[in-house]
Structures are given as structure tokens and as C-alpha cells.
Design a protein around this ligand. Structure first.
Ligand code: SF4
Ligand code: SF4
Ligand code: SF4
Length: 490
């Protein structure tokens, strides 16, 4: 029995180390290892962003009302959102390592910037078990609600800078309250509006996260300090066990497990792109629904730029006596219809592949994982017009962040204010390239996933391949057409 158990775990090790191996362990580079071991490591990443976000709050509240000149709106909507998406696609939860929302709340919870304190300020409650079954869907719901508010108040338009400050204050406030009530990073795991997006989009990224080097050592490890904590560090704030992770979904790169492990059995692994899409063994239903719903949301943000949409929204507002754009009925309706259409497709694939003996969700989950890179590319493409058209406005904004006529660095009147990095046609081409690459990535990932997860149960594997590819091709073509029709609209 012991031998069989060991073999099972050996399979697990191969699965675990298939996408990553010891040669790709960045923590083995001496200087990287030393940095990761420093207790101030994460603080060093969070501090600059913390300063910027407090500046955003101050300049939005107290600065000039002109959104194209105010530091808060310029840096948040022309640069930050695009950079965060690039980080997600390239790295995974790289933003979570340096995030000021979770950072500030965690400092307050721990009563410390970086040192290990015995007692925290939090009530330390556990997130109820029955709530945790919804997993990332809490975060998806928060993101959909906040995006509706963002559209309603025209925050990212950008509209009045004060609304950008309110949004940031709301997220930081919610994070703080949650950290002071619940233990660890409950907020990041469930409530943060960005968490589901970062987790699903980040699955394409090349950082696998912190994992164990040799799982056999973990199996014999009596203390499990990585999860429980020790005098060297806190137990994993994200409730992860580095020994069982097969994706980068829930590793916030905080380095606590690396500091805690008494056997130096934790490394920081990098992986080829898409590994965390293809490799997971236990696929999650909440992740699959998150991909479908987030795709519905980004498609709404494209549809609302089309000429017919204001008429539809205006008509619904008149009928329902709703005061402004976007009417919740068409907002939630479009998200729901797109998400359900995408989610229904795997059921058809299953029927066509004559795989009725397998459960529908056994098809839904892997096909949605394969769809994630296309969804991710759509979000990235959606951020590009603002970046290409207005990112250089940061140059005058940093010299006069409050719009009070200052000229701190001599760039307040820079001509770069009017410079567009790409022509309107160039903006559309960049969107088409990004979505095209996303569709190719989805096609590749889906083929790999089908062969491993679904061919064994498919009576007609070729039909499964054709139909799963058709979903990506049809959705990808629809997204491309929408970008052409939007013509670079922000
Ligand atoms: S989950 Fe949200 S709050 Fe937590 S670190 Fe990531 S972005 Fe920040
Ligand atoms: S403390 Fe180290 S050896 Fe023990 S379970 Fe965690 S990673 Fe494995
Ligand atoms: S403790 Fe380790 S596994 Fe947990 S979030 Fe931090 S780095 Fe990731």
C-alpha cells in the first residue's frame, strides 16, 4: 500500500514538474534567493505603488477637474490599467506582488510593514465554508458591479477625477475592512474585484509561482511551515500549499513560503506561456464560469461603442425610468447572453463527440480553460486605444499633478500632451494583432487540453477538435469584427 501511495505521489510530482523543473527555478540564482529571503522584499515592491495611489487619491480629490490633465485620471486610465493587463498576460499575479490595495490592508492587519508579528489586528474570522464554494465568482460579481458603476459615473472615460479617487478609496476601504475582520488574504481570494481577472488572464503568464522542489520532502515534513507559518514568516496568506499547485492561479508571489520552509524546499519557478492553462489537473468550475462571464463583460464594453447601442440603452431607460447609461437590463443581459452562449458550446461539443458517459462539466471546464487566452487578449486589446492615444500625457501631468499651474520638472507644457503613439488605423491593427495572437493561443491550448483531458472519453475525438476550435474561431472573429467596427474607440 505504501509503495502504491508513493507511486501516486510520484505521478503527482511528474504532473507538477512537467511544466516547471529545477533548471527554471529562479530562486537558485544566489542574488535572487537572497532578495526573496529578505522580509522587506514585498514591501519594496508595494511602497512605490502605495505612494502613487495615495497621490492618485489626493490629486483626484484636490486637483483640477480636467481629467486629461489630472495626474489621477491620466496615470490610472491611460497607463496603469494597460500595464496591469500586460503584467497579467506576461507574468500572472505579478501585480498582486506589488498591489497597494492588499498591501495597505495587510500592513494594517499585521501591524507591520514587513517584520513577523505574533499578534494581528484582525478578528481573524474564517470565510464561511459555504461561501467559499463560489470561489472566484465573488470577485467576478464585484468586478461586474464596479464596472457598471465605472460606466455609470464615466470614471474611466475618464470623467471627473474625483470619481477615480472615490473608486480607489472604495477598494482600499473594502480591503481594509475585510482584512480587519477575516484572516489572511480573504479579500484577495474572494472579494477583490481584480482577483478573478488576474487569476484567469494570468494563467497565460510565464511565472508559475512558488512551488516545492521535491514533493517527497513535503510528504515527510512534520510542520508544514509554508502553510502554517513560523517565526520566519506568515503562513500562506492565499491559503495555498506550494506542494500541490498545478497553476499560478492563487499564488500571490508574497514569498512567505520561501522564507518559512525549513528544508529550503521552495523555489520560484518560471514556465512556458500557457502552462497554467494547459497543466492543471483539477480544473475548477468557478474558474470556468469566471472565464465565460468575464468574456461577456468585455464583449459588452465593445458592443456599447457601436452606433445602435445608445438607442437600445435609451429606449430601455425610457421604459424602465432608469436615469442613465448603462441600463442594468442591457448591461447584465448582454453579459449574460454572451456568457451563456459561450458556456453552452461545450455541451454541444460533448453531444457531438458522443461522450454522453462523461459529465457535462467535465467538458465545460477544460474548454473554458482553453478559451481563457482569447478572453485575456480581448481585455488587453480593449485597453490599447487609451494607451496609444494618451499615455504620453503623463509627461505634463507629473509636472503639474494637481493642475494648479505648477511646473515641477519643467514638462508641464510639453507638446507630448497631444502626441498619439499610433495612428487610428495603427490602434485598430494593434488590437487585431493582440486578439489574433490570443485566438491562436486558445487554439493551441485547447488542442493540448482536449488530447489529455477529453480524448480518452470522446467517441469522436476529431469532431471534438473541430467543434472546440469553431468556438474560438467564431468568438475570435466576432471580437475582431467588433474592433474593426469600433474603429479605435475608447
Ligand atoms: S487580489 Fe486584488 S487586492 Fe489582492 S493583491 Fe491582487 S489585486 Fe491586490
Ligand atoms: S514547509 Fe517546506 S517541506 Fe514542509 S510542506 Fe512546506 S514546502 Fe514542503
Ligand atoms: S506563501 Fe507561497 S504559495 Fe502562498 S501566496 Fe505566498 S508565495 Fe504563493
Amino acid at each position: 500500500m505504501a509503495v502504491r501511495l508513493r507511486e501516486v505521489h510520484r505521478d503527482g510530482i511528474e504532473e507538477h514538474f512537467g511544466p516547471t523543473d529545477a533548471r527554471r527555478d529562479l530562486a537558485r540564482i544566489p542574488i535572487v534567493g537572497r532578495l526573496l529571503r529578505s522580509r522587506a522584499f514585498q514591501f519594496g515592491f508595494i511602497l512605490p505603488n502605495q505612494i502613487i495611489f495615495w497621490l492618485v487619491m489626493a490629486t483626484g480629490l484636490l486637483g483640477a477637474a480636467l481629467p486629461t490633465r489630472n495626474f489621477a485620471t491620466v496615470i490610472t486610465w491611460y497607463i496603469w490599467f494597460c500595464v496591469v493587463f500586460l503584467l497579467m498576460v506576461g507574468v500572472g499575479r505579478g501585480w498582486c506582488l506589488m498591489c497597494p490595495f492588499g498591501g495597505f490592508a495587510e500592513w494594517s492587519q499585521r501591524r507591520s510593514f514587513w517584520s513577523r508579528k505574533k499578534f494581528s489586528l484582525s478578528l481573524g474570522l474564517r470565510w464561511p465554508e459555504r461561501w467559499s464554494r463560489w470561489g472566484l465568482l465573488w470577485s467576478v460579481g464585484m468586478f461586474i458591479a464596479l464596472t457598471w458603476a465605472e460606466e455609470y459615473f464615466n470614471i474611466a472615460g475618464p470623467g471627473a477625477p474625483v470619481f477615480t479617487s472615490y473608486l480607489v478609496i472604495f477598494i482600499i476601504g473594502l480591503a481594509l475592512v475585510t482584512f480587519l475582520i477575516f484572516e489572511r488574504r480573504t479579500f484577495c481570494r474572494y472579494l477583490c474585484p481584480l482577483s478573478a481577472l488576474i487569476g484567469t488572464v494570468g494563467s497565460s503568464g510565464m511565472v508559475a509561482g512558488f512551488r516545492t522542489r521535491d514533493r517527497d520532502v513535503c510528504l515527510k515534513c512534520p510542520t508544514k511551515d509554508c502553510m502554517r507559518g513560523s517565526e520566519r514568516g506568515y503562513g500562506c496568506p492565499w491559503y495555498e500549499w506550494p506542494g500541490s499547485a498545478t497553476s499560478n492561479l492563487a499564488c500571490g508571489l508574497c514569498t512567505e513560503c520561501f522564507k518559512n520552509c525549513p528544508y529550503e524546499n521552495v523555489g520560484l519557478f518560471v514556465q512556458p506561456p500557457l502552462t497554467s492553462v494547459i497543466a492543471p489537473v483539477n480544473r475548477r468550475l468557478d474558474v470556468a464560469w469566471a472565464v465565460a462571464l468575464l468574456f461577456g463583460l468585455v464583449v459588452f464594453q465593445q458592443v456599447n461603442a457601436l452606433p445602435f447601442y445608445p438607442q437600445l440603452d435609451g429606449w430601455l431607460n425610457r421604459v424602465t425610468h432608469f436615469p442613465g447609461y448603462p441600463n442594468p437590463l442591457d448591461y447584465l443581459g448582454i453579459i449574460g447572453i454572451v456568457a451563456l452562449a459561450v458556456a453552452a458550446w461545450p455541451w454541444l461539443v460533448r453531444a457531438a463527440a458522443r461522450a454522453r458517459s462523461s459529465s457535462p462539466s467535465a467538458w465545460f471546464k477544460p474548454i473554458m480553460y482553453g478559451f481563457a487566452p482569447l478572453m485575456a487578449s480581448d481585455y488587453l486589446a480593449r485597453q490599447l486605444p487609451r494607451f496609444w492615444d494618451h499615455a504620453l500625457r503623463i509627461v505634463p501631468a507629473i509636472s503639474d499633478p494637481f493642475g494648479l499651474g505648477w511646473n515641477l520638472f519643467g514638462t508641464a507644457h510639453s507638446n507630448l500632451y497631444n502626441v498619439h503613439l499610433l495612428s487610428p488605423a495603427g490602434v485598430v491593427h494593434s488590437q487585431l494583432i493582440v486578439v489574433g495572437l490570443g485566438a491562436l493561443a486558445s487554439l493551441y491550448a485547447t488542442q493540448r487540453i482536449l488530447r489529455r483531458d477529453l480524448y480518452p472519453v470522446a467517441g469522436r475525438p476529431a469532431v471534438a477538435t473541430v467543434m472546440s476550435s469553431a468556438l474560438i474561431l467564431v468568438a475570435g472573429a466576432a471580437v475582431l469584427l467588433l474592433y474593426v467596427a469600433m474603429n479605435g474607440a475608447q
